[in-house]
Design a protein around this ligand. Structure first.
Ligand code: PGA
Length: 248
């Protein structure tokens, strides 16, 4: 990876006025030497994001995308609609969607496919629960989740971003140690190497309680190419500290 990638996942937070201040502050803090950065905002704020970011250094992302192209799917947002708002990235298969909305590996793979077909980079999330880790199933779970996406998206696979987000580390303040994260990232890189000639082009992000204090040690790992940041992406100073750590 030439430059690291830091992506904010705002989840279902913020408001029209708070977004305004947050996006202005982040934009103002980015420098020409900053790593790549993006924010995945709630869907109703995409128009505001498009207007405020205006094709600048901070890229716009969505938190989900429909597995369907168009039609009678009430409440869904299609990849083409996201494209209308200059969206560059769409998170797919976040553990909160898998857990609360019953998204299967097959649905996640279709979502990635829809995003890719619209020219949007899917950020494919994989990760094990605490019970799965304790049972020694981490490798099996993340490989199965990624395999579904590889299988469905074949030759396009070098166009995706992968985020390893251990479910037990999300929003809990319990970060994976750099060694734990690196171990899984190395597995994912090896799996991608079997599917594409250029696995090094695929950014492998770590997510799960990454913050200003722990970002540098995680990002120093060989196969950690950036971060997917939840809570700490809602404060400009914290998000910019992580961007600075990734820009070394
Ligand atoms: P967190 O969330 O940084 O608040 O743990 C990360 C994520 O869910 O993407």
């Amino acid at each position: 990876m030439a430059r690291k990638l830091i992506v904010g996942n705002w989840k279902m937070n913020s408001s029209l006025s708070a977004n305004h201040d947050l996006l202005h502050a982040i934009n103002a803090g980015l420098t020409s030497t900053s790593c790549q950065a993006a924010v995945c905002v709630p869907a109703p704020y995409l128009a505001q994001g498009q207007q405020l970011l205006n094709g600048g250094a901070l890229a716009l992302g969505a938190q989900d995308v429909s597995a369907h192209e168009q039609g009678a799917f009430t409440g869904e947002v299609s990849a083409a609609m996201l494209r209308d708002f200059s969206v560059r990235y769409a998170i797919v298969g976040h553990s909160e969607r898998r857990q609360y909305h019953g998204e299967t590996d097959a649905v996640v793979a279709s979502k990635a496919q829809r995003a890719l077909a619209a020219g949007i980079t899917p950020i494919v999330c994989v990760g094990e629960t605490l019970a799965e880790r304790e049972a020694g199933h981490t490798a099996e779970v993340v490989k199965r989740q990624l395999a579904a996406v590889i299988h469905t998206n074949g030759h396009c696979i070098s166009e995706i971003v992968v985020a390893y987000e251990p479910v037990w580390a999300i929003g809990t303040g319990k970060t994976a140690t750099p060694e734990q994260a690196q171990e899984v990232h190395a597995l994912l890189r090896a799996q991608l190497a079997a599917a594409t000639e250029h696995p090094e082009r695929i950014a492998l992000l770590y997510g799960g309680s990454m913050n200003a204090a722990n970002a540098a040690s995680l990002l120093a790992q060989h196969d950690i190419d950036g971060g997917l940041i939840g809570g700490a992406s809602l404060k400009a100073a914290d998000f910019l500290s992580i961007v600075a750590a990734a820009s070394q």
